[in-house]
Design a protein around this ligand. Structure first.
Ligand SMILES: Cc1cc2nc3c(=O)[nH]c(=O)nc-3n(C[C@H](O)[C@H](O)[C@H](O)COP(=O)(O)OP(=O)(O)OC[C@H]3O[C@@H](n4cnc5c(N)ncnc54)[C@H](O)[C@@H]3O)c2cc1C
Length: 412
């Protein structure tokens, strides 16, 4: 294959697919190339293991009322639930009562407020600075924050956390968020199984080297994860400029992984869908999504270094740990109820290498710098480039649209 076009889009995740549609509408002649055998990237719904939708990656429509995928779900007939996020806390022996759960909720909100206040005051320091060491809920806050941000608060920026646009609406997609992203991008023609290996931007025309041949173009939009960029899976000639490498050095991949377990019966009778947080001394940064959509299922949601180290050992180790934690909170007998299991492997997937991006304290404007084009020819999008929607599918989507606005202007 050797071809010529205006723009090559590298990666067909949420950012790449959104960009491709916008580019088509802007009249650009594009090629979109994806290394894997499917579209969606970190948005991926498994519909076979459990005979029902199980999201391996994104699952909740965060900031749902301003999330473009909520509109897409309505248009495409995907069901989602406007559930508020209900959680329970297990102390290793039993579930804490409602009043203690409420106390934790108040402490959690107050700590997030202090993080926001620091960040809004321009303090770019570890989020852990906002934790009151005298607060008995401090250890649980650390675990909850790690669950959300995919990395511990000691190594995450207050400034970055404070810029995320929260609306307190996290709506789970019943038919699968991954399936929704794929359905929304189904009409985009994508070159699958076509990894980009090199981008040569040393002369007027940009040369994109792929496993299936060379593409000559006027501009490239790179949407791969921070992990893939840092691992230099794509070689740039000349090298990326220092300011771009500096931006990348302030970012890292956080880790979030899941193990789904289906059950023979409802073991939470009388209790609706909820998130079970583990809270005992030495508890891992993990919790269980219990009874999602009232299905007879639980899903371990592991995060941070714990998730990285466990899931790097492979699916068997992850499933064994999920079962052991599940037995700890629900009794050893529940293990007899398990009918099927599925573990994710984002940490070892060479096309992703983690869950989503995290900005280190002192990282400042690194996300904006990652998004900044190089010589109006090499452009970047993807969740990590979003200042107010990082780590999410809608942030990725919006970043793809923003990049096309710049590209259309640059290629006029
Ligand atoms: C466990 C987990 C839970 C999550 N939960 C949520 C959630 O509830 N809600 C939410 O909004 N977000 C969630 N996210 C985050 C969300 O899934 C991502 O932020 C979003 O999907 C990223 O989209 P993207 O387009 O930026 O990147 P990607 O989806 O990574 O797309 C990049 C694409 O580039 C491809 N690629 C890589 N290398 C090459 C190459 N050399 N050549 C060509 N193509 C290449 C990849 O295969 C991939 O398809 C979750 C993520 C994980 C892992």
């Amino acid at each position: 294959m050797q071809s010529t076009c205006d723009l090559v889009i590298v990666g067909a995740g949420a950012a790449g697919l959104a960009a491709a549609r916008a580019a088509r509408e802007a009249g650009l002649n594009i090629e979109i190339v994806e290394a894997g055998p499917r579209i969606g990237g970190r948005a991926f719904t498994d519909t076979t293991t459990f005979g029902t939708a199980f999201d391996l990656g994104c699952q909740w429509l965060h900031a749902a009322s301003i999330n473009p995928y909520t509109k897409a779900a309505d248009r495409l007939g995907f069901r989602y639930r406007k559930d508020s996020f209900r959680y329970r806390i297990h102390d290793g022996t039993w579930w804490l009562n409602d009043s203690l759960v409420e106390q934790f909720g108040a402490s959690l909100a107050a700590t997030y407020d202090r993080i926001a206040a620091l960040g809004e005051a321009g303090e770019d320091v570890p989020a852990s600075r906002a934790i009151d060491p005298a607060d008995p809920w401090a250890p649980l806050f650390r675990r909850a924050y790690t669950g959300y941000m995919a990395w511990p608060p000691e190594e995450v920026s207050t400034y970055d956390t404070s810029r995320f646009h929260f609306t307190d609406e996290d709506w789970p997609v019943e038919d699968g968020y991954g399936a929704l992203v794929a359905a929304e991008g189904a009409d985009i023609e994508v070159n699958l199984d076509c990894p980009v290996k090199s981008i040569d931007w040393g002369s007027d025309e940009v040369m994109v080297g792929t496993a299936k041949g060379m593409i000559f173009c006027r501009a490239v939009l790179v949407t791969v994860s921070v992990g893939v960029l840092q691992a230099e899976r794509i070689k740039f000639f000349p090298l990326l400029p220092d300011w771009k490498q500096d931006a990348l050095s302030h970012l890292r991949m956080g880790h979030a992984e899941k193990v789904g377990l289906s059950l023979k019966r409802d073991i939470f009778t009388g209790v609706g869908p909820h998130f079970a947080i583990l809270n005992w001394e030495g508890a891992p940064t993990a919790g269980f999504v219990c009874k999602p959509f009232d299905r007879q299922m639980v899903a371990l949601f592991a995060s941070g270094p714990f998730a990285r180290d466990l899931f790097a050992q492979g699916a068997d180790a992850a499933i064994a740990e999920a079962k052991s934690l599940f037995a700890k909170i629900c009794g050893a007998d529940v293990l007899k109820e398990i009918t099927a299991a599925r573990a994710t492997n984002w940490v070892t997937d060479p096309l992703i290498l983690g869950a989503y991006s995290v900005l280190s304290p002192g990282g400042g404007e690194a996300r904006g710098e990652l998004a900044r084009p190089i010589e109006n020819r090499i452009f970047f999008a993807g969740e990590a480039t979003s200042v107010d929607g990082f780590s999410t599918a809608h942030g990725a989507y919006n970043s793809g649209l923003a990049a096309i606005e710049l590209i259309a202007e640059a290629l006029k």
